[in-house]
Design a protein around this ligand. Sequence first.
Ligand code: ADP
Ligand code: MG
Length: 691
Amino acid sequence: MRPEILFSLFAPVTTLKGVGPRVAPLLERVAGPKVRDVLWLKPHSVVRRTPAVLSAARDGEIMTFEVTVQDHQKPRVHTQPWRMQVADETGLMMLIFFGRFGEGLVQRHPVGARRIVSGKVDESKFGRQMVHPDYIVAPDKRDEIPELEAVYPATEGLPARSVRTFVLEALEKAPDMPEWQDRAWLDRERFPSWREALHALHHPEGEADLSPLSVHRRRLAYDELLAHQLAMAQRKAARRREPAARIGAGDLAGRLKAALPFAFTGAQERSLAEIRGDLGSGERMSRLVQGDVGSGKTVVAMCAMADVVDSGGQSALMAPTEILARQHYETISGPLQAHGVGVVLLTGRDKGAARAEKLRALASGHAKVAVGTHALFQDDVAFDSLRLVVIDEQHRFGVAERQRLQAKGEATHLIAMSATPIPRTLELTMYGDLDVSRIDEKPPGRTPVATRAVPMPRLDEIVGRLRDAVRGGAQAFWICPLVSESEVSDLAAAEMRAIALRKAIGPGVGLVHGRMTGAEKDAVMANFADNKLSVLVATTVVEVGVNVPNATIMVIEQAERFGLAQLHQLRGRVGRGRRESSCVLLYDPPLTEAAEQRLDILRRTDDGFAIAEKDLELRGGGDALGLRQSGLPDYVFADPFVHRDLIAAAGDDARLAIQRDPDLATPRGQALNVLSELFDWKAGLALRDAG
Ligand code: ADP
Ligand code: MG
């Protein structure tokens, strides 16, 4: 329940003075529906209304003058503005008013009156003028003109100055909050109180006060991060309170491992140990396993499934596409079946009697492992005792879908797998509610992919080499990005590329794109995987994780448009086998220095985590990595890059607070509860939380 102290902030913007039915929708567009949202607007600049004499006026600057009204020049026709001449001892200026001002101006500012005017100076060929001054006041009302004024985002029909008025009004309404931050931390960081921080936000005294590094902005960012971490820590704690089947490490996993033609890497061993720690704890596991494509996540998950088999339970492994599901099935069904474990593959293709047979095997518990696609969580799929759900490429599924599958068992454990390496600094903000294992070590014996950047004018040369390679039996991916506003024209570009390549190389060139149905895509991908196609042109939809060991060449057009993590993932699709592989990054010259640096990182390293960190560093804040889609929260004050030092602190702070005071009953706990409700992360979180 929302604490009473927040009621005024959660009231609609219409509760602000001057916000009626005309203004409300405009203000909502700029800020949001609530008073809180107006309070949270950030000024983007600050105006200093320098007092000066007219002879010192500078074109384009916002300045303030003390003048005497000399003359009113009425317009002769309506289209002309009203002009008001003012002067001081040093010069003249014309104030210009468009629209129907008329006699009111004469009454308010009669000839001979002293006035302070403030606004933007415009030195035009008609002389010095000021169009619609921001302020015209009598000298005794001088105080009404702020010397410094924060400038807010505006919209058509709602100028920045009106927005500022509403913001200051919202600030008036902001209550003094109980302090939710730890005293010692507050002192150490020299943070002002919440209200003081907001006051400083809206009364900047210079550019420095607009910086996200200013102390008040850091305080507000920390509040936001803390609220978010708190929400995630609470979810995690709640999940832990649900008892789940205690699953010990059995010996099937050991036998499976012994039969593999390779040994686990250290990182795989560590991840498996972490998973086993969770499975044996009696609490529900929600663990994310992160690692590059090909780092060996699936075999780790297989060992966890083997432990579940030994405990008498069932597991389900769900992948976003049929082809991926099939590949997982091929990876794990052999070893499992060799040890007498029933494995079922269930996709949208299964129909009729064959499907019914598979469903029976799962419902009876005869089959211990199910691998499949969305087909797995359909209503008529039932399990005898589902205890572990493994989701591959977890961001490709909605929470509801994942939950539908998990709901087929009781307090089922969850392993999510992702091939998108997330920098450490962002891990907490994206996955604070999960436990994370990193597989940051590649299986030995992989040949690194030779990577180089080539300018587009050398396209013919690249195509020529590709033709030679294809004649020698190689297979290649050719990626055309979706970049323009129009998907149609991008698609046309990809189609043109496919046609051109067919001309140069021969008929074995296929095309997949986002407009195709899943089945159509799968069919083309399958042809490529079966080596019936030599070149696969794709609009970035090459499914992450698809394994085509014979593919050794990756060409990426307009590589400069991609995030590094994306490029790295695309590149990860080659270099699967023993053969030398290469990756060509085609770009439109000239490259900016930054773009050149970014592409160069790819040439130098093959470690997805290192690449993600470096990319974040180079591109800085904002949505540098295109991660927002994959779950980076949309913060108001916090910037995961600029405030990265605060993220870890907020995470520790939140965990400790929840540990000591799970029900938030102490005075600080209650204050933290106000903070949580103020930021109200629940709604947003529910979209992606694993719980
Ligand atoms: P991911 O799921 O992370 O993409 P997989 O588990 O599918 O990776 O493994 C990719 C390939 O590497 C598979 O063919 C797998 O058998 C193999 N593999 C996995 N672990 C190792 C290892 N430690 N040594 C050698 N090969 C491995
Ligand atoms: Mg995989």
